[in-house]
Design a protein. Structure first.
Lengths: 346, 332
């Protein structure tokens, strides 16, 4: 299967490293508006062709799959043209700037008999997978509520708040935080399904280039409720996922390998916290080591992206169900749309 | 003569502006849009041009009336991709703008890091091998981006027949920049001094700036690649001592033979870190070599071609770096 990639920036490195490791996948071409960036990526990953014009690349290479890893506002045009060229599309989140654009893309993919996959990499990390296993085995009980909170300092001068070179994500509704909404929405969707209603709070706590630096939402979904949040001010950086079931609760930090479960125990009630804490402490100590080793080996916190890509290519090759379906993409983006700020700043 | 200096408010850039003024140049200083210049004591004749090489659409205007470009701007912090975008893509955009101007002369600030230390034996000079495309990507983001910056610049120079001088400074030091990566590994207040008798290829910022101004003026510099170091360099052991004394940071110096350090790094790399993405440089053999390999560093070509000798000797540099600031002098 021939793969091509448009946009050789930071996240492209993860896509390329993963693609090099997948059997049956040929990395056929890479494209970037900067010739040096495209050529450097081609050299590093041993890609036989590089381009600065994606239309020329689509015409000459005829890829089976196009990965779009450019800034979000460019995704729509690139994805449309890739679908029109007969390729399946794997697009970085957020797939489009607006829900209308996304619907158009999904429709075009269906008409063309091709697939559109948006990268919900954290859904495929080890911790959510382990929680899902316990849910499907019945140990966890039905999920009642999920909390997802990202704490991430995005004020750094070389990141979203660079006063010299405005980050492309700042043009999205919600600014830099909008770049993370698909992560929050895809995890909520995974555990409690499509949303019915959403209430949001968007705040600018500190004066900066960012229109908002704090975000909270409460969601009523088909299978439960969700509380989502993004904090640019709380430290240290963390990606908390808490899932509440009728028989068990799970807590994970997706930036690390930490995953703990708590459950009622067959011990006198006053002793339950004692035994739970002992077990939790043991798990956290083990996670300290595995988190360190994960940094030294492989894709680190991007482990989910590697799994998503591997599953997607396998499904495309054998015609089985994709790990992220068109329905998933529509439902997650409908939730993302509901989370976006609507009125003036609070 | 009018010079355009990119990265003009940086540690080296501000000294280069002063050195150019001293040689009678008119200077247009390119600084980033959000740069604060209050602490910089340039005369009013210095024309400030605000632009970011990654994003500005005004770069062509920067070359109006310019005779020589001194390209010092580079991104030296952040991840590998941020450094590549800032340094390499920025250079592409800058030189693309230069093609529309009458400017044909360019002095590029590169680095000794582009040399392949692993293949170099005993003495590193301008004839030493530089990295090849097959091995450069195993290096750190700074090396990759500076190596690519040279490559991009050579492409433009070849295509448009410009006059190019590449200057490759060693460790540039000066006031508030006394700490050098060549000093080994800092552990709190203490230092593991790897290869304590190795000499550091160092150049004081004022001496280095003098070379840039000279290269912009002197026709003998055209078409040359010159390593910029002040001389044979101080031994790491004694420089760490001067640094600790000068910066009032007393601590212990623990000597570690280079052969032991490289052996440990190779062992760690072969067993644990081969696929690692986030490992301290001191544990990556090729990166360790480029910081600490015991080589002799030569500035013979700089002396012979440009008749250059450093204006300040080591003792004077120490006073400039760690002594009380001279009246009316801001920074380095």
């Amino acid at each position: 299967m021939k793969a091509a990639l448009i946009g050789a920036g930071q996240i492209a490195r993860q896509h390329l490293s993963c693609l090099k490791s997948l059997p049956g996948v040929e990395l056929a071409a890479i494209c970037d508006v900067s010739p040096a960036t495209a050529e450097a990526a081609a050299e590093r990953y041993n890609i036989r062709a590089w381009f600065t014009d994606y239309r020329v690349m689509l015409e000459e290479i005829h890829p089976d799959v196009v990965h779009i890893t450019t800034p979000p506002t460019s995704h729509f045009r690139l994805a449309m043209d890739s679908l029109d060229a007969g390729a399946n599309v794997i697009v970085e989140k957020p797939a489009t700037s607006t829900f209308d654009e996304l619907e158009t893309l999904v429709r075009r993919a269906r008409e063309a008999g091709r697939h559109l996959v948006e990268d919900y990499n954290y859904v495929f990390n080890d911790a959510p997978k382990q929680i899902l296993q316990r849910i499907s085995s019945g140990q966890f009980g039905p999920v009642t509520h999920v909390e997802v909170l990202i704490c991430l300092n995005i004020f750094g001068p070389s990141g979203f708040a660079d006063p010299n070179s405005p980050h492309p994500a700042l043009t999205l509704a919600g600014g830099a935080i909008a770049d993370f909404l698909p992560h929050l929405a895809s995890l909520a969707h995974l555990f409690v399904g499509p949303h019915r209603t959403a209430q949001t709070v968007w705040i600018q706590r500190k004066p900066s280039l960012l229109p908002f630096d704090e975000f909270r939402a409460v969601i009523d979904a088909e299978r439960g409720t969700a509380a989502l949040g993004f904090s640019s001010n709380s430290q240290p950086d963390a990606f908390w996922l808490r899932v509440y079931g009728e028989r068990m609760q799970a807590t994970a930090n997706l930036f690390e390998t930490r995953l703990t479960f708590d459950r009622p125990r067959k011990v006198p009630k006053p002793l339950r916290p004692f035994f739970s804490s002992l077990e939790e402490g043991k798990t956290i100590r083990r996670a300290a080591l595995t988190t360190l080793l994960r940094k030294f080996k492989g894709p680190g916190a991007y482990e989910g992206l590697w799994k998503l890509l591997a599953c997607t290519y396998r499904a495309l090759a054998d015609g089985s169900a994709l790990p992220v379906s068109a329905r998933d993409v529509l439902e997650v983006n409908r939730m993302v749309e509901a989370l976006k700020p609507k009125g003036p700043r609070l | 003569m009018k010079a355009l200096v990119t990265g003009a408010n940086g540690f080296l850039g501000r000294r280069v502006v002063e050195a150019l003024l001293a040689r009678g140049f008119e200077v247009r200083a390119m600084v980033r849009p959000a740069a604060t210049l209050e602490e910089i004591d340039w005369p009013a004749s210095v024309e400030i041009f605000r632009a970011d090489l990654r994003a500005s659409h005004e770069l062509q205007r920067a070359f109006d009336g310019v005779d020589v470009l001194l390209h010092l701007a580079a991104v030296v912090s952040g991840g590998e991709d941020a450094q590549f975008a800032g340094t390499v893509v920025g250079t592409e955009r800058l030189l693309d703008a230069m093609t529309t101007s009458t400017c044909r002369r360019l002095v590029l600030c590169s680095t000794l890091s582009v040399y392949d230390y692993s293949s170099t034996r005993r003495t590193l000079d301008e004839d030493s091998p530089v990295h090849q495309a097959s091995d450069v990507y195993a290096r750190d983001g700074y090396t990759i981006s500076k190596w690519w910056q040279e490559r991009v610049t050579r492409c433009f120079v070849e295509k448009y027949s410009w006059d190019l001088t590449i200057l490759r400074p060693g460790f540039i030091w000066g006031r508030d920049h006394g700490y050098l990566a060549a000093m080994g590994q800092r552990l709190g207040r203490h230092h593991l001094v790897v290869g304590p008798l190795t000499r550091i290829p160092m150049t004081h910022v004022e001496n280095c700036a003098d070379v840039f101004a000279l290269a912009a003026t002197d026709p003998r510099a055209r078409g040359q690649i010159l390593n910029v170091i002040d001389g044979p360099g101080e031994r790491i052991w004694s420089y760490v001592s001067d640094y600790m004394r000068g910066s009032c940071q007393p601590g212990w110096r623990v000597p570690v033979p280079y052969c032991l350090a490289i052996l440990a790094a190779r062992l760690a790399f072969a067993t644990v870190f081969r696929c690692a993405t986030k490992v301290p440089s001191i544990l990556v053999p090729r990166r360790l070599e480029s910081r600490l390999k015991p080589l002799r560093f030569e500035n013979r070509r700089l002396r012979e071609i440009l008749d250059w000798t450093p204006r300040l000797n080591y003792q004077e540099c120490l006073v400039r770096t760690y002594g009380p600031p001279a009246p009316g002098v801001a920074g380095g």
